[in-house]
Design a protein around this ligand. Sequence first.
Ligand code: NAP
Length: 285
Amino acid sequence: MNQFSYLSFFLLAAAAVLAYMWRDTFDAESVQEARVLVTGASKGIGEQIAYHYARFGANIVISARGEDGLKKVAQKCVKLGAQKVSYVTGDMSDPADPDRVIRYALDKMGGLDYLVLNHVGNSYVEFWNRDPDHVRTLMQVNFVSYVQMTAAALPVMEKSRGSIIVISSMAGKLASPYVAPYTSTKFAVNGFFNTLQHELAIQKSNVSVTIMILGLIDTETALNKIKGFSSMTAYPAGEAALSIIKAAATRQKEAFYPWFHYFTCLFRDWFPFIKDLMLSDINKQ
Ligand code: NAP
């Protein structure tokens, strides 16, 4: 075999291993009648997650700040086939609300099988404006409230062999300009929940934690924010939502949507010098 043959063999073997690892083992029946709490479900990706769970016949509680949005999503969930749906308003910038929302979900459903931590606070896409208070508040909404909800739900989810899924971002893997506060919160989420995965494994816990790494998704919020900053392709929220549900149901530790961001992360580490090239679309503003 010459060098070219060795390389081809290696690439084919790597592709075969990845195809096996990423094969679709999702069983829709596994989420039928499951008790699910989806946060930030009044619009965007959370709304789509709620609709998919509804189609699978789950028992759903959704939360966000705005009651009107939640009411509409809950009504549509019923039409799509949810077993039961209810909603609770809560502002995750208020340190009392994460616990309250979990208590509401436990009261309504008598337990919890899936906790989908998805909500995200409003932030800017600009040079860092030197306002530490904004970073503090965003940390509470995007990170500390995730930790609070996990703390409150863990003992109950231990009994139900539950799954916690945290919605993270490529912004938590690859620092890029204009989003310092948001990026910080997602790096915190990745660090905390990755550590928690190890600790739960050591303690032989029944609870699985999935960290979902998303690229750019075509929600109204995201598209408005990147206008004038990036011409990157945005991927459909409905597909992102389904891949989130599948990753949680199959108890994956880390999953990527779109899938190729797995390679973006590998290349970031293998070839650090091409990181700037990957960000050139954003940097040239
Ligand atoms: P979105 O459309 O802006 O929806 C955000 C949700 O969070 C809404 O339901 C919103 O409802 C709720 N929310 C906002 N502030 C809140 C607060 N203080 N307390 C409680 N709920 C609050 O966002 P998205 O684009 O779907 O993003 C969803 C998740 O995906 C986030 O974790 C985000 O970081 C991640 N992600 C998104 C993208 C993307 O390109 N879209 C990429 C990577 C990762 P109310 O305003 O009614 O409270």
